[in-house]
Design a protein around this ligand. Structure first.
Ligand code: ZN
Length: 172
């Protein structure tokens, strides 16, 4: 693998030991650091595959903080937020992708899906509200009729007995 040595600045073919053949600098820690965002990203993906969405979000957010221009980590984070139903957060990361790469198809499609989902949700909510009002009205009318019936029946069936107040006083 040919890389640019960060110590002396020249292009080198890296040895398996991680030592620069020209300036003898040990580049292993630097290489590990360079690979860190990808390592976190991969960990995040493996959590996602197991259905551990929270853990996946933590790992991919870390990957993103180490490599803030990473488009695929942005998109993945947005996808994870969609899985959690957090559309606002998802839209934030998709929008950031378009800030880096304005033609990114995944981010565009993601934003479109969120818009569609939001519209559907609003419509469903409206429908549900209307249904609830009708149900409530129907229920109220029903219980009102039942109430009248109970009153009518109780009038017919029992004659109310009123305890003379005088008798109560006598007992004291
Ligand atoms: Zn070097």
């Amino acid at each position: 693998m040919i890389i640019k040595c960060p110590v002396h600045g020249g292009e080198i073919t890296l040895k398996p030991s991680g030592v620069c053949p020209q300036c003898d600098a040990n580049l292993a820690p630097w290489l590990r650091l360079k690979e860190l965002p990808e390592a976190y990203y991969m960990e995040g993906m493996s959590h996602r595959e197991k259905g551990q969405i929270e853990e996946a979000i933590v790992k991919i957010t870390t990957a993103l903080s180490l490599n803030p221009k990473d488009v695929k980590a942005h998109n993945e984070l947005a996808n994870l937020y969609i899985l959690k139903g957090l559309h606002k957060e998802a839209a934030y990361y998709y929008t950031r992708v378009l800030g880096i790469d304005q033609n990114n198809e995944e981010a565009k499609k993601g934003l479109e899906r969120i818009r569609t989902a939001e519209t559907t949700a609003t419509q469903a909510l409206k429908k549900e509200k209307r249904k609830r009002i009708f149900t409530y009205a129907g229920f109220s009318a029903g219980s009102f009729a039942a109430g009248i019936l109970v009153i009518l029946l109780s009038y017919k069936g029992t004659t109310p007995t009123i305890q003379p107040e005088r008798e109560l006083y006598k007992k004291e």
